[in-house]
Structure formats: structure tokens, C-alpha cells
Design a protein around this ligand. Sequence first.
Ligand SMILES: O=c1ccn([C@@H]2O[C@H](COP(=O)(O)O)[C@@H](O)[C@H]2O)c(=O)[nH]1
Length: 245
Amino acid sequence: MERFEPIVAIDVPDKRKAVQLFDRLSNDTDHMPIIKIGMELFYAFGPGIIKQAKERGFKIFLDLKAHDIPNTVERAMAQVGRLGVAFVTVHAAGGSEMMKAGLRGLKQGAAEARNSVPKMLAITQLTSIDEEILHNEQKINGTVMESVQNYARLADESGLAGVVCSAKEISAIREVTNPDFLCITPGIRPDLNTHDDQKRVVTPKQAAEMGSNGIVVGRPITQSDDPVAAYKEIRHEFFEGENAD
Ligand SMILES: O=c1ccn([C@@H]2O[C@H](COP(=O)(O)O)[C@@H](O)[C@H]2O)c(=O)[nH]1
């Protein structure tokens, strides 16, 4: 099973802090993480911030969670395909037509720029959603597990490389998707007493045991007094948990 280096979410408000984290995570580690650039950094600094991370040798997980009509997502993904990133995200809730259109655009943009095609992942149910929000706000019948499994099946049928989900849902997803389908898992907390706004959380070791292809970790690293030490510990726990079954 393919396992990626941990994906570190650089959710910080200023460029100086982001670049400081890029420098520390590239200079002071033997195994560099994948860098996740999300809405906060991208909306503020655009493609330039991707360039700065790539110059330091990082692979980029661009997490903009596209969710719009198919034509708009197709055209947006054509632009993203030109950026030379490794992963991109769209919301499965946009439907199969939207996911297929996004993938078409991504392939077209990547081909025009002579880039490899990034792996497109579908967000299933955000890891900040629990049963209560699912039922009372989204008005979805059934469980979070069933909703995530349904979105994963739809993403696989639409040709996507995988999904973003909680590690708790991986075994249900594997029942309905192709064997190479990726499950990338945020909602990671080394200390399960500290959830922040996340609802479906597991430790790095549990994520490995549950079959995660890659963990996404933000605040436990970026808000640590020693982000490099925190990263190394989380990475060790994730890879030590590998094949623990
Ligand atoms: O379902 C999802 C999808 C994406 N995320 C992103 O992962 C990180 C998690 O950050 P933490 O600080 O470790 O909670 C963040 O960038 C989210 O946008 C997610 O958490 N859940």
C-alpha cells in the first residue's frame, strides 16, 4: 500500500511565518513532509507561495476544496494543473459531473504546462462534521460512515485518485473502491484530549493501523513550541504504526 510522508498544513496568516516553517521543515528534517497550502495562504499570497515551497524541494498538496458548477470547476482546475502541484481537492458533494469536469480541466492544464497530472482527491464529509451536524443541519439521513462511503464510491467512479476522510472510515471505503484508491486523513491528534474544531479524530498510530495512505496535520505541528520536533514525533508514530495489524 502506498504511504506518503505526512502532509503538514501550513495554516498561518503571514508569509514570514510560512517561509520560516518551510525553512525549518526542509533544513532540519531527514524526511521532508509534503506541504499543504490551503485557502488562508493561497487567498493571501497566490501561486507565489507555492513557488517558494517548491524551491525548497517540497511536494505541494493544494487544498482549495473546489465546489461549484462543473464548467467553473473545470476552468479553475485547468489553472491549477499549470501550477505543478502533487495533490488537489474538490468537494464530492458537487457531484460526479463536477468531479469529472474538474479532472478533465486538471489534465488539460497539466498537459499544456507539461506537468504531471496532480492526484485529485474528493473531500467526503469534513472531519469537523459529526452525526449531529449531518442530521440536524445537512438533513442527511443515515450515518457519517454511510455518507462518506457513498461519496468515496462516487469519487472512484468519477476517476479520482482518492478521498479525504477520517481514518475511522477507511475500512468502509475499501469495501466499495478500487484497491489503489487513496484515503488521506486529517483529524489527527497525538493527544486525543485536544480536538480543537475537529470531531472525528485519531492518533497518528491509529491512522496507520486503520490503513491511512497519508495523514494531514496542522496545528499540532504549526502551533507547537518546536514544530520540527513535533513533526518528527508524529512521523515516527505514523510509520511505526505501519502494518501494526
Ligand atoms: O475533512 C477535512 C478536510 C481538510 N482538512 C484540512 O486539514 C487540516 C487539518 O488541520 P489541523 O490543524 O490538524 O486540524 C486543515 O488545513 C484543514 O483545512 C480537515 O481538517 N478536514
